[in-house]
Design a protein around this ligand. Sequence first.
Ligand code: SAM
Length: 283
Amino acid sequence: MKSEKIGTLYIVATPIGNLQDITLRAIEVLKKVDRIAAEDTRHSSPLLKHFSINKPSISMHEFNERERLKVILEHLQQGESVALISDAGTPLISDPGFHLVREAKAQGINVVSIPGPCAAIAALSVAGLPTDKFTFEGFLPAKPEARRNRLALLLHEARTMIFYEAPHRLLSTLQTMMEVFGGTRMATVAREITKIHESVLTDELAGLVSHYTAREKELRGEFVILVEGIDEEASVSKEVIPEEVLDALLEELPLKQAAALASKITGERKNVLYEMALAKKNK
Ligand code: SAM
């Protein structure tokens, strides 16, 4: 596909488990490009072999993206076409590629989407939670305190929230979600979508915690967690009252941290909330 013109960068989605989910167009594009940039070339090799695709490859993962993108852009500038794939699903969705796409567009390179599977959208489509508005939160921080803080910032989120989570953190994340959002908030755990051990469970957070606590030793595979947003109309007050937020956070966090987080959530000044928290403590 070499030509005088600049090449095209294709962002190609691949299956998230079941190989039959690859699209006809993805196969066609992977067969015609000059080069495939893959997150992990060893990981992608069975997929490419399965569809008899044999192309020069470049590895581009989270840790070498900025360095590798220069090489990929050079190939594109020389008129080659390149397909970017990740280990599974849609590239750039909790996967590398953002810097490459941004730079390619800045250089006037044509970037074309070859859409297909994405675990977040697949899970949302079968969760039974509202789909009219949703927010993709990706992976939560690994450290428990940072994870709790991130969730606390979502306390008033009205859209369905979608999270990716590692199996060894699933249960503790569900427990923290229950503490932050309350045990009656509806949520879904979608496991191993399109694979043999696929399961999708929608229940109140308290129900999910007890279900997975009983199965703690079997927690293997890949998981998407979805949490329903707050019901804005049913909630007594739509207004975020700084003192109420502070009170809730003081039950879980040290004073300084509670004040800082309440300030982030409500927009109230940190020192005002800190003084308020001190006054409550000294009451
Ligand atoms: N780019 C991918 C996509 O489009 O979904 C996501 C890549 S991210 C590094 C991997 C995470 O996606 C997993 O830890 C899991 O949370 C989720 N995931 C991927 N495949 C999945 C599947 N088959 N079932 C459930 N979750 C999956």
